[in-house]
Design a protein around this ligand. Structure first.
Ligand SMILES: Cc1ncc(COP(=O)(O)O)c(C=O)c1O
Length: 457
């Protein structure tokens, strides 16, 4: 029988995370304090994050030990399988080998618990009782709610309004874990009330939801803020995905020519890719594609510069590709990819040409998703389907060139909570949206006066 599924034992779990900061040729410029425009110090982050996570955020150590209580929870579903998509390959009549790392097997159905568990652990260890966060599609919110349940902590989730209405079962899942969920913008924060005054029907954005969660955490002694992507420590926690994948490729004597992941804030792409990026930095040939929606084309159309991580300008200024922190993306179904910026580490790799980026329209992504479901049997999350689309395109290119490429993508989540989106697609109700140059110009114009990427510190 041909091998399809490559599995590791619990004992083969990586014992440390990989920190790309140790090897990246050009580290990104530092985040800036929005008031002084000086590099942010650990003290500036202390109201929002516990000390251990701040230390990880600024660390340049290559390997950071995964604490035993975190490993203990991760092994509830890790190591995750590496699967060869033989039936998809057959349908595509491609000589390419397509592998995916199946992160959909976690309790909440995505890669997000990999960092949620670690963040809840460090917060709990430092005496924090309650975590506040934002969520787009609900994957991150449910993952933090799950992690808080594991450590007996309270969890408050600001859920982007459009997803709050599109995905009621995600809300039910978060509440089942014991979290409190509100639609963002909400009436519970000053930021939320301001946005609702401007537009009572505001569909929300991750930028607004982040502002609300940050305001919540900054205003209470018992609460810290938790972010599901973008920050160095979040990407660090996700590298368990790529480290496992490398071991799995070692087991079968193969290695990817191309590594693909979708990008919302950059954590699942980076988690899979960074251990392979390290190899590339040291001379091993491997390519990378970061995929995103044409309606929120941060890496492919955004400007590289300093911008706020949130809409209300409460966060530090971060060096990244951005569409502007006031950008309100179209209400596409890949709710987790509707973020105006991206992780500074990933942006630096794109800027330096180590990673390339590709945007796809909603309809071509859903078409790819259904081909995957009909061949591999797993209903993919609309977010992950951006990576599937890129893998299919790469397989077609391999067919044209007659090359046996090895392609690896991250199946960052399943789509069981996204069935209304699939219903809309099947009934022909979905449309495409491409961010126009005019929209981009207007959004970036609102950044006038902020330091640009060349800002001297
Ligand atoms: C299934 C899934 N994949 C990918 C993403 C994108 O996030 P990130 O780029 O941080 O991995 C999300 C975000 O919510 C998601 O839910």
């Amino acid at each position: 029988m041909e091998r399809t599924c490559v599995v590791l034992n619990s004992n083969d779990m990586p014992r440390s995370w990989y920190n790309l900061m140790a090897d990246i040729p050009n580290p990104p410029p530092p985040p800036l304090h929005p008031g002084t425009l000086q590099p942010l110090g650990p003290a500036d982050l202390a109201p929002l994050f516990p000390t251990s996570l701040i230390e990880q955020e600024v660390s340049a150590e290559p390997d950071i030990t995964i604490p035993d209580p975190v490993l203990d929870i991760l092994t509830m579903w890790r190591p995750t399988p590496l699967i060869r998509a033989r039936r998809l390959e057959k349908a595509l009549k491609t000589p390419a080998k397509i592998y995916f790392k199946n992160e959909s097997v976690s309790p909440t159905g995505s890669h997000k618990p990999n960092t949620a568990v670690a963040q809840a652990f460090y917060n709990k260890r430092e005496g924090v009782k309650r975590l506040a966060t934002e969520t787009g599609a609900g994957q991150w919110g449910s993952s933090l709610a799950f992690a808080c349940a594991m450590f007996g902590m309270e969890c408050k989730v600001y859920m982007v309004a459009v997803s709050f209405h599109q995905k009621p079962y995600r809300k039910a899942l978060m509440e089942s874990y014991g979290a409190t969920v509100v639609s963002s913008p909400s009436t519970t924060t000053g930021t939320g009330r301001r946005f609702l005054e401007q537009d009572p029907k505001c569909s929300g954005s991750l930028g607004i939801a982040i502002s609300e969660a940050v305001e919540d955490a900054a205003g209470r002694d018992d609460t810290k803020y938790s972010l599901g992507s973008v920050l160095n420590h979040v990407l660090l926690h996700q590298t368990v995905v790529g480290l496992e994948a490398k071991r799995q490729f070692d087991m079968i004597g193969d290695y990817p020519d191309l590594v693909i992941g979708c990008v919302g804030g950059g954590s699942n792409f980076s988690g899979l890719a960074f251990p392979f990026v390290r190899d590339k930095i040291y001379g091993r040939p491997v390519d990378f594609i970061a995929t995103e929606p044409t309606s929120c084309p941060t890496l492919t159309k955004g400007e590289y510069r300093y911008d706020f991580g949130d809409s209300a300008r409460l966060t530090p200024l971060v060096p990244m590709y951005t569409l502007g922190h006031q950008f309100m993306p179209a209400a596409i179904h890949a709710g987790g990819l509707r973020y105006h910026g991206d992780a500074p580490l990933l942006c630096q790799l794109v800027k330096d040409g180590l990673v390339s980026a590709q945007a796809y329209t909603q309809l071509e992504v859903f078409e790819a998703a259904l081909l995957f479901a009909r061949t591999e049997g797993i209903m993919p999350a609309p977010e992950s389907s951006h990576a599937i689309k890129a893998a299919i395109d790469a397989a077609h290119r391999a067919s044209e060139e007659g090359q046996t490429k090895t392609i690896l993508f991250n199946l960052s989540g399943h789509g069981h909570f996204d069935m209304s989106a699939y219903t809309d697609y099947l009934e022909g109700k979905l449309t495409d949206h491409v961010m126009s140059d005019g929209e981009l110009r207007d959004s970036l114009a609102k950044l006038e006066g902020l330091p640009n990427a060349g800002h001297e510190v």
